[in-house]
Design a protein around this ligand. Structure first.
Ligand SMILES: [Fe+2]
Length: 392
């Protein structure tokens, strides 16, 4: 296992990426484009190309220009999805539509160009996390099964209800949009995977979210990549946050961030789901170099409920906005059509159960014994990997 916060040598990286590409069923003779920008680690570009080469693929690299942002249209800090180096660069998009696999080191997530490339049948693997995280959260069969089972549960539900001792009490209608999830590999034409991953989500029916959502101390707000220190209460009416209040600066900061986009669509409730990866760590942002991680630990740790705000266009909805936040919260309980799935951050259904206590890191031991597991329902056919729906 790699040591956190240390760089990996080229051989180690090449070996790691070879396993990742093999997991995406890269075949001899397939074409691979390694897509990077100025923020991509040069060692990642070289190691990805070398790994693809050792598997018999034909590889080329594409270095994208810096993202150009119109002044005043986006906040000056934080992560911005949807604008990429491919924006208005049709020649590069055309080249990427013609290859079998794009390894995206540049973060095309949530962009129109990514959708266009996927629609052409190119599959895509996004890699952004540091080596230690990639290795620790590396896909396993158990993770894939847990994500697939979660996607099936979410996709079959008509309503999700979420509550917490901190005050969350919200319901959302489901069924208008399909569910999606990712565990880090993908193999089918036109599909997307994010290494590392381990989450499942769905977009609620437009206008259906109603209630109160409380972000408690210790929960994480992305893109801040920080732990909330004081509770934030978001009142949600007909799918939109109508007030953000709290006793500390956290509520003011979150409200200011959402307001800074100047876009009412940014206050909509976006994808909803939960983390599935028992090797993802809630505490990663306290231990690792925050600037080096995209935050997949925080988004994917098992049993978190991942709220988000902003767009739903990737699921086929009508709402597009660059304003987006992901907010994993702990110790929440979830019901799908009245069937309890999570109890204070613990999975309580057989198809999502863990056989050890590792998944309960970050969860709160209940005062009473966990709800007895409900008899397992037969798993539906495995859905295709499509974490482009939820991404980051
Ligand atoms: Fe998101």
């Amino acid at each position: 296992m790699l040591i956190p916060n240390q760089a990996a040598d080229g051989g180690t990286l090449t070996s790691l990426f070879r396993r990742a590409l093999a997991g995406c069923q890269l075949q001899p003779g397939e074409t691979v484009a390694v897509l990077s920008n100025a923020q991509s680690p040069p060692a990642y570009i070289d190691a990805t190309a070398a790994a693809a080469s050792t598997l018999g693929a034909k590889v080329f690299t594409v270095g994208l220009p810096s993202i150009q942002r119109a002044a005043g249209t986006v906040p000056g800090v934080g992560e911005v999805y949807g604008l990429t180096g491919l924006t208005d660069l049709g020649a590069a998009v055309a080249a990427l539509k013609a290859v079998d696999l794009v390894v995206d080191l540049s973060v095309l997530l949530h962009s129109a160009e990514q959708e266009e490339i996927l629609a052409a049948g190119t599959r895509m693997l996004m890699i952004t996390e540091p080596p230690e995280i990639l290795e620790r959260m590396f896909p396993t069969d158990a993770l894939r099964e847990r994500v697939q089972n979660s996607v099936t549960l979410l996709g079959a539900a008509g309503e999700i209800a979420i509550r917490s001792d901190a005050g969350t009490d919200i319901t959302m209608g489901l069924g208008q949009f399909g569910s999606g999830g990712g565990w880090g590999f993908t193999s089918g034409p036109g599909t997307h995977a994010h290494l590392a991953s381990g989450l499942a989500a769905i977009y609620p029916n437009e206008g259906s979210a109603n209630g109160r959502w409380v972000i408690d101390a210790g929960d994480i707000i992305f893109p801040f990549k920080t732990y909330v220190q004081s509770p934030i209460t978001c009142e949600v009416v007909n799918g939109f946050i109508v007030s953000i209040t709290g006793p500390g600066a956290d509520a003011e900061l979150y409200r200011d961030y959402l307001e800074s986009w100047g876009d009412p669509e940014g206050f909509a409730m976006s994808h909803i789901g939960w983390g599935c990866n028992d090797r993802a760590r809630w505490n990663a942002l306290a231990l690792l170099d925050r600037s080096a991680t995209q935050g997949m630990d925080g988004r994917c740790f098992a049993g978190n409920v991942l709220f988000s705000t902003g767009p739903n266009n990737e699921a086929g909805g009508s709402r597009f906005t660059l304003a987006h936040s992901d907010v994993p919260v702990r110790r929440h309980s979830v019901w799908l059509d009245g069937r309890q799935i999570l109890d204070h951050g613990r999975f309580v259904v057989d198809e999502l159960a863990f056989d050890d206590g590792f998944a309960r890191l970050g969860a709160q031991p209940p005062a009473t014994p966990a709800t007895p597991a409900t008899p397992a329902t037969p798993a539906a056919p495995a859905p295709a990997a499509d974490d482009a729906l939820v991404g980051a």
